[in-house]
Design a protein around this ligand. Sequence first.
Ligand SMILES: Nc1nc2c(ncn2[C@@H]2O[C@H](COP(=O)(O)OP(=O)(O)OP(=O)(O)O)[C@@H](O)[C@H]2O)c(=O)[nH]1
Ligand SMILES: [Mg+2]
Length: 180
Amino acid sequence: VTDGELQKLADGLARGERASVARALNLLENTRPEARQAATRLLALLPRQRLEQQGHLVGITGPPGAGKSSLASELIRAWRARGLRVAVLAVDPSSPVSGGALLGDRLRMLRAEPDAGVFIRSLAGRGETGGLNADVFPMSQVLLAAFDVVLIETIGVGQTEVDVVGHTDTACLVVQPSLR
Ligand SMILES: Nc1nc2c(ncn2[C@@H]2O[C@H](COP(=O)(O)OP(=O)(O)OP(=O)(O)O)[C@@H](O)[C@H]2O)c(=O)[nH]1
Ligand SMILES: [Mg+2]
């Protein structure tokens, strides 16, 4: 990948183009050595101003079934009502489909038409610790370059997931009330 191609990708991200977002995320997931190197160069091209001052990175964690996706969909609705563009990273350590797919369904129920201002990406977990932190943070940086708010939903079962939320500007912990 040439520097010119990476700059075009970074420019596409800054314009919020979904195709550029998808290409950048695929590049980050590519484990080939030349792709890892290109990914590092791409991250260096992202505008610091957007990542550090304008964009807002929000993490939601908590035990399975606590209501994380329900809270996420309400937050997204409120942000969309203010005209903010939103990206979601749904990290599901157990199933490759449930987290992000369920959240996507819920959002589709809220709105009759697909919303170009919302981008959802599911990330399957890579085992206990393998690669989870390593992928989530760079991905959130790419999404911050393209969207106003980035939300990470992760199941808080262990230190790894808590670490992910530690990288956010705002962290939310969702817990159920005790059942009698
Ligand atoms: N009574 C009640 N039910 C809720 C509330 N929030 C969510 N639920 C219900 O709890 C169930 C699980 O909600 P989700 O939002 O999918 O929970 P989650 O934490 O995203 O679940 P996983 O992603 O599977 O870990 C759903 O049936 C929701 O309708 C709440 O505030 N009160
Ligand atoms: Mg969920």
